[in-house]
Design a binder for this molecule. Sequence first.
Ligand code: SPV
Ligand code: MG
Length: 565
Amino acid sequence: MNAPTQIPVGYSRTLRLREMLQSNRLEFLMEAHNGISARIAREAGFKAIWGSGLSISAQFGVRDNNEASWTQVVDNLEFMADASDLPILLDGDTGYGNFNNVRRLVKKLEQRGITGVCIEDKQFPKLNSFINGEAQPLADMDEFCGKIKAGKDSQSDPNFSIVARVEALIVGWGMEEALKRAEAYRQAGADAILIHSKLSKPDEILTFAREWAGRGPLVIVPTKYYSTSTDVFRQAGISCVIWANHLIRGSVSAMQAIAKEIHDSETLVNVEDRIASVNEIFRLQDADEYSAAENIYLSAANEKRSAVVLAASRGAGLEAVTANRPKVMLPVAGKPLLRHLLEAFKKESINDITVVGGYRSDAIEKGGIRLVVNEQHETTGELASLACAVKHMNGDTVISYGDLLFRSYILRDLVETESDFTVVIDSSQTPQPGEPATDFAYCSTADDRALFGQKVWLESVVGAGQSLADGRAPQGRWIGLINVRAGTRERLLATLDTLEARAGFDKFDMAALLNALLAADQKIEVQYVHGHWRGVNDLDDFRRAGDFAHGQTPIGSESTENTRD
Ligand code: SPV
Ligand code: MG
C-alpha cells in the first residue's frame, strides 16, 4: 500500500484540485462513494476523488436518476471529506435544478469542504448517460451558461472549481455542437470541460481534444473506452482522467461472492482468510487516533486503567488437575480462577485486561480479555511473559499473577495509590523453615498495623531459588500484585530492556524486575495487608481456594485465607 502523500499545511484542497486541472501532467481522480472508499482511494495514492453520482446513488441502493436528494448527497460527501483529506470533485448532475439551485449547492459544498462540482448540460432529473443516452434532452445552452455563471459568482473560495460537462456526443448531437457548447461554457467561466463519450474507442474524444486545441483543461471518463492506453490521453493533452465507478463495482463483486459463499456454506470458515480483518476495518476507521485522544482528553475520573494477568504456567504440583487447562482455568467455587480475577478488575473499572497465556492457552476463556501468548512459555519465566504484554499497558496498570484470589478492598486500595509503583505485601506471612523464601520482601518499616498515613517503601524481594538475607527477617510476603502508574510504563520498559540484555533473562521472575527497579533508584511503595488473599500453588491450596472464594471462612481466619505456600 502506498503511504498517503504528506500535504503541506495551508495547501488547500481547492488549490490542489485547481492545480491538477491546470497542470501539464495527466492527473487521475478515483471514484469514491462513502467515507471508507474515500479513505481507501487516498491510501492507494490518488490525489483527488470523484464523487460519482452513479456510485453514490448505487451505494444508497437507488437509481442514478436524482432519486437521492441533493442534501442526502451532500451529507454523504461530508463523511467522504472527513475520512480523506483529498480534494473531492462532486458529480453534481444538472445542478439539481436551475441557476438558483446551483448557487445554493456551491455554497453548501464549500461549507462541507468539497472542492469543486461538475454539472452537466442535461435536464433535471437526469438519467445516467449510459442508459438510453440518445433519448435524453440536453439543456438549453444559454440557460446552462447562466448556471455556470451563477455558480462561479456564488463561490467564496476563488479556487473552488466548476467543471462543465458536455453531453452532446452522448445524445448524438455531433462534434460541432459539442465544441460550440464547450466554448460557450468556457466563456461562461467554467474552470474545465468534461467531454463525455460512450463509444468503446476514444475516437470522438481525441477529435474533440484536437479541435479544442488546449483552450482550457479537458477532463474525460474512459469507462466505455477503457482499453485505450493511458498514454494516448497523455499525448492528446487531456488534463484529468476520472476512473468513475471502479471502487463500487469492485466492492459489489466482492460482496456478491462473499454473501453467496456464506449463504450456501452456512459457515464463515471459507471466507475469513479472503476478506479484510476486523482490525483492518478498525485501522481504516482510525481507531488508534481515538485511543491516543482518549489518553489526552478523558478526565482523571475516567482515567484509563488496564491489567496484565500472568497466566502462562501449568502450575507445578497441580499436574493432576491441569492436564487440559492452565492453572488460571481451574474451577474455584464454580468458576475459573481467571473469572474471579476479571470480576475483581471490573469492579474497579479495569476493563482493558490482557492475559498472557502459555501452557494450554487454547483453553483460556477469551470473553472480556485480550489474550496474548508467550510461545516460549516452556523455557521462559514471568518476565518473558510480561514482555509479551507491555504494549497493552494503558494508563494505570495492575500486574497480577493469574492464580490469585483476594478480598476486593486489596485491589481497591492498590489502584488508589499514587506512587509510580506499588506492591501489596502480606505482613502476616513469615517464612517457614525448609520452605522456599520466594517473594518474601524487605521493607523500610515493619507493619505495626497502625501505620496509617505513613509511607512504607520496598527494599528488596527474594526471587525464586534465592534465600533470605542472613540474620534479617523479612517484613512480609509480596502477594503477586503490582500497580504501575500511567507514565511509568517507559521506566518499566527500560528496566525490562536492561534485564533482557542480561544472561538468564529467560528465567527471570517478577522479583528480578522489582529488584532491578529498586537498583535503578525507583521507589516502590508498599501496601500492607494482613491475610485476605490466597494463591493457588498446589492441590491443597486449590482445595482451600473454594472456601476462600465462597467467603465461608470468617474474615481474618489464618487457617484458610492467608497464604501462597
Ligand atoms: C458518474 O460517475 O456518475 C458519472 C460518470 O456521471 S458516468 O457514469 O460515466 O456517466
Ligand atoms: Mg453521474
